[in-house]
Design a protein around this ligand. Structure first.
Ligand code: ADP
Ligand code: MG
Length: 333
C-alpha cells in the first residue's frame, strides 16, 4: 500500500467501531443525478480491514453509483466518504492510490497484450520497469494466464478477461479492492474460478468490497453485507445474522392458481406457527416457526379452499427471503 506521507492530507475520519480498523466509511452518502434520480440516498456504512463486504441489491439499486463515489468516478451530491482514511471528495487523487477497481464493464486496453495490460498499469502507479515486470509475471502466474501473456486481450474468454481485470486491479497492492458485479455474465465455471480467486485474496488479508445481485454469491463470499434497494440501505449484517433475523426457521412456498390474497389469509388463520406471508410470482411464501405439521396443514388448507396446487417447496430462509421481507419483492425482478 502506498505510504501516506503528509499527515495534513488525512482529513478527520469518524472513530471506527471498537477494536477493528475501518477502511471504508460513508456518512449520509447521497447521489442525485441531473434529472433528479436519487440513485443513492443517505447511505451510512463501514467496512473493516480484511473483510469481504457485499452490496446486495437488484438492478438500479444504486450499487454502481455507490462504488463510483467510493472510487472517485462519481461526485457525491452530499454526504462524505473515506477510503483508507482518505476523504474521497477532498483528496481524490490520493484516494486512487490506495484502491483497486474492477468496473462492471471490460476496461482492458485492446491495443496492448495481456502482459502489457499489467506492466503498464504498474508503471502508471509509479513502479520501476523491473518491479512492474516482476509483478506482471507474478500475477499472470497467480491467475493462470501465463500462457496467454503475449496474446491481444481480445483473444481472451470472458472469464479470462475478468481474471486479468482482477490481476490488474491488485497489481499496485491497493488497500481496498472494489469489484462491481464481478461475476455478472460469466458462465458458472468462470464464476466459481473467480470466487476461488477472491477467497485466496481474502485469505491473504485483502479488503474487498463487491457488489452483486446474486444472493448466493453474497451469501457464500461475504463476511458482512448491506442490502440496498432504491438507493437506500435496508439492512447490514453477516449473512447468517440476516437470515436469522427472519422470524421463522422454515419457508414453505406454495404455488397455485386463483385468488392468492384469499389463500394467504386462509393459511395465516389456519396453519399453526405461521409468522408471515409474502406473495411473489404467483405463489405464497409462508415463514413458519417450529411447526412440524405445517406442510401437511398447508396442503390441507389449500385443498379445502378449492385451490389446485401447482408446486410446493420447503426451504430454510435465504437472503432472498430477507430481501422479500424487507421490500415485498423478489431480488430477480
Ligand atoms: N449517469 C446517470 N445519469 C442518470 N441516472 C443514472 C446514471 N447512472 C445511474 N442512474 C440511475 O441511478 C439509479 C441507480 O443506478 P446504478 O447505481 O447503476 O444501480 P445498480 O448498479 O445497482 O444497478 C438507477 O435508477 C439508474 O437508472
Ligand atoms: Mg451496477
Amino acid at each position: 500500500m502506498p505510504r501516506l506521507s503528509a499527515e495534513a492530507e488525512i482529513t478527520s475520519v469518524p472513530a471506527p467501531a471498537a477494536g477493528r480498523a475501518e477502511v471504508i466509511r460513508t456518512e449520509k452518502l447521497t447521489k442525485v443525478y441531473p434529472g433528479g434520480v436519487k440513485a443513492v440516498d443517505e447511505i451510512d456504512l463501514g467496512v473493516y480491514e480484511g473483510e469481504i463486504f457485499g452490496l446486495l441489491g437488484p438492478n438500479g439499486a444504486g450499487k454502481t453509483t455507490t462504488t463510483g463515489m467510493l472510487t472517485t468516478t462519481v461526485i457525491p451530491t452530499s454526504g462524505r466518504a473515506w477510503v483508507g482514511g482518505i476523504d474521497v471528495i477532498a483528496q481524490p487523487a490520493l484516494a486512487k492510490q490506495v484502491i483497486g477497481v474492477v468496473p462492471q464493464t471490460n476496461t482492458l486496453d485492446r491495443a496492448l497484450t495481456v502482459w502489457e495490460n499489467l506492466y503498464y498499469h504498474g508503471r502508471f502507479f509509479g513502479m520501476s520497469a523491473k518491479e512492474a515486470r516482476a509483478e506482471a509475471d507474478f500475477r499472470l502466474e497467480q491467475f493462470r494466464l501465463t500462457d496467454r501473456a503475449k496474446m491481444p486481450v481480445l483473444a481472451l474468454s470472458g472469464g479470462m478477461a475478468q481474471r486479468l481485470m482482477v490481476a490488474r486491479s491488485i497489481l499496485h497492492h491497493p488497500a481496498i479492492l472494489f469489484l462491481d458485479e464481478p461475476t455478472a455474465g460469466l458462465d458458472p465455471q468462470s464464476r466459481i474460478a473467480l470466487w476461488e480467486i477472491l477467497g485466496q485474496l481474502h485469505a491473504q488479508g485483502q479488503t474487498i468490497l463487491l457488489t452483486t445481485h446474486y444472493m448466493e454469491e453474497a451469501d457464500q463470499l461475504c463476511d458482512r453485507l448491506a442490502i440496498v434497494d432504491h438507493g437506500r440501505l435496508l439492512a447490514l449484517d453477516t449473512p447468517g445474522a440476516l437470515k436469522r433475523s427472519i422470524d421463522a426457521d422454515t419457508v414453505i412456498t406454495i404455488s397455485a392458481d386463483g385468488d392468492l390474497d384469499r389463500l394467504a389469509a386462509m393459511l395465516r388463520d389456519s396453519v399453526a406457527g405461521v409468522d408471515n406471508t409474502q406473495q411473489v410470482d404467483g405463489s405464497v411464501a409462508l415463514g413458519v416457526r417450529g411447526s412440524r405439521a405445517a406442510l401437511r396443514d398447508v396442503i390441507a388448507v389449500a385443498e379445502r379452499g378449492g385451490y389446485a396446487i401447482n408446486d410446493i417447496s420447503v426451504s430454510e430462509p435465504t437472503l432472498e427471503t430477507v430481501f422479500i421481507q424487507l421490500t415485498g419483492k423478489d431480488l430477480r425482478d
